[in-house]
Design a protein around this ligand. Structure first.
Ligand code: SF4
Ligand code: SF4
Length: 471
């Protein structure tokens, strides 16, 4: 069969699939109520692999706030004080340009990654999936048992067993939400500040305490009730899939060419899908992947494991549901490195290089020199002319910095009004005079460059204009 025949057959089989599933969301009933999904406990090779990954992420999540470089957290996003720390380096609002480039780089990376690998991030690394599927769901299975036991528990009247299990689950979920909220807050204000709340009490740190309560309630709500709806309804990344994916993107996909028409294993004329619904039963978002790529699919791979087990059981090759692109399934084409991917890679490489240069050359002190408003020049004795300037400095480090100013590439003098001692993590402003002999000036306006020195080492320079009499 050539490519064209395969495509025709593939399209025909696809059209045969009922598309009405797109009219509804699996988590909302026809009456508009919450349709609570009880997926079967997944098991299999990919699930085990994902579990190992999740252990690594969890260790990372709970240890990163304690790791410091030069006394600073390795990672902090203090949106309240507009202070960001990455690998121990403090970034300020003055570093906005670096942020803008960093954000752009991140966006292009996401786009490139999604075009190539679909929602692999959602299934393997997204904190929501990790906490939901690898922490809370596992605890739920541990307390309430697998799906049949969960349903039985839900339908039974309130008795000792139900109160114990449901109550126990609520308490454990709440305590875990509280723990996660503490660490989440640690990433925002620093784990030391969270520690102060514990040591000094809630009345001294009422703001921190309020934030902690809010985060705890949000996490508790998400994991006890909202669950997969965070991915389906709230997450903007999920919504981007429609525009980012193409026929070469690799996704968790059902091989409809091989699987359709579905039916009992031994019946003549049927494809490999035995219509057992094992893939549907394990799906945490309640969808049937055989309907095609869907917004709800978080690429958790549970259906791959479930189907592989069935295929093994009925003696068919594994991989009826697998990581594959549409072209891979419909045309039996190998995944190609398309022009679209190549262009994204070029842009991403350029952005990463630019960002690296910005980060390497970023100074701990930023300075801006402006001529003091309302002043032109002053005539001094000895045939000298002076201009008055304001200097604004931002110290991005956590130590007091003493600075000196020197004129660069030109003879002249700087007369300070005050010493420049910039307190840690602060702004500082002072004034100074630049003095030239009249014979040193050849134009009415002279460009000057002022070097900013710390312990005799130039750390920055800023330019300004010196105004003299008309020549
Ligand atoms: S369709 Fe498969 S990969 Fe997608 S969410 Fe459901 S079980 Fe996970
Ligand atoms: S698990 Fe495999 S065989 Fe069973 S319904 Fe799903 S795709 Fe078909």
């Amino acid at each position: 069969m050539n490519n064209q025949d395969s495509e025709t057959l593939a399209n025909f089989k696809k059209e045969m699939l009922d598309q009405t599933f797109r009219d509804a969301v699996s988590t909302i009933s026809k009456e508009g109520n919450r349709n609570y999904i009880h997926p079967q406990k997944p098991k299999g090779r990919l699930y085990n692999l994902r579990s190992y990954f999740s252990y690594f992420y969890l260790v990372l999540f709970f240890t990163l706030p304690f790791i410091k470089i030069g006394g600073e957290p390795i990672f902090l996003i203090n949106v309240l004080e507009r202070k960001f720390i990455l690998f121990g380096k403090i970034f300020w609002p003055q570093d906005f340009f670096i942020f803008a480039i960093g954000f752009l780089t991140f966006l292009v990376f996401i786009i490139l990654f999604t075009v190539a690998f679909g929602r692999i991030w959602c299934g393997w690394a997204c904190p929501q999936t990790i906490f939901m599927e690898m922490v809370f769901r596992k605890i739920e299975f541990f307390i309430e048992g697998d799906v049949t036991k969960q349903k039985r528990l839900n339908s039974m009247p309130w008795n000792g067993e139900k109160i114990l299990k449901k109550g126990g689950k609520l308490i454990v979920f709440f305590m875990l939400s509280f723990l996660i909220a503490n660490f989440f807050l640690g990433y925002i204000i620093g784990i030391d500040e969270v520690g102060k709340l514990v040591k000094e009490g809630i009345f001294v740190h009422f703001g921190t305490f309020s934030a902690l309560v809010i985060f705890t309630m949000v996490f508790f709500f998400v994991y006890i009730w909202f669950r997969e709806q965070a991915c389906i309804i709230v997450c903007p990344y999920g919504r981007l899939q429609g525009v980012l994916l193409d026929k070469n993107s690799i996704l968790v996909a059902y091989d409809y060419v091989r699987g359709e028409p579905r039916g009992k294993a031994k019946e003549d004329g049927h494809g490999d899908c035995v219509n057992c619904h094992a893939c549907v039963r394990v799906c945490p978002t309640g969808i049937d992947i055989r309907n095609g790529t869907q917004l709800e699919c978080v690429n958790c791979t549970a259906c791959i494991d479930a189907c592989d087990e069935i295929m093994e059981h009925v003696g068919n090759p594994k991989g009826l549901i697998r990581y594959a692109s549409e072209n891979n399934i419909a045309l039996n084409e190998k995944t190609t490195y398309t022009w679209r991917l190549k262009m994204y890679t070029i842009v991403l490489t350029a952005l990463i290089s630019f960002l690296a240069i910005l980060l390497i050359t970023r100074a701990d002190v930023s300075a801006r020199i402006i001529k003091t408003p309302g002043q032109t020049y002053q005539k001094l004795d000895d045939n000298k002319i002076s201009n008055l300037y304001n200097i604004k400095l931002a110290n991005k480090t956590r130590k007091l910095i003493h600075l000196d100013l020197k004129l660069e590439d030109i003879d002249g003098e700087i007369k300070m009004i005050n010493n420049i001692d910039v307190p840690k993590e602060s702004y500082f402003q002072t004034s100074f005079f630049v003095v030239f002999r009249k014979d040193q000036l050849h134009h009415r306006k002279t460009k000057i460059k002022v070097g900013i020195y710390e312990n005799g080492k130039r750390i920055q320079s800023a330019t300004a204009t010196f105004l003299g009499p008309a020549i």
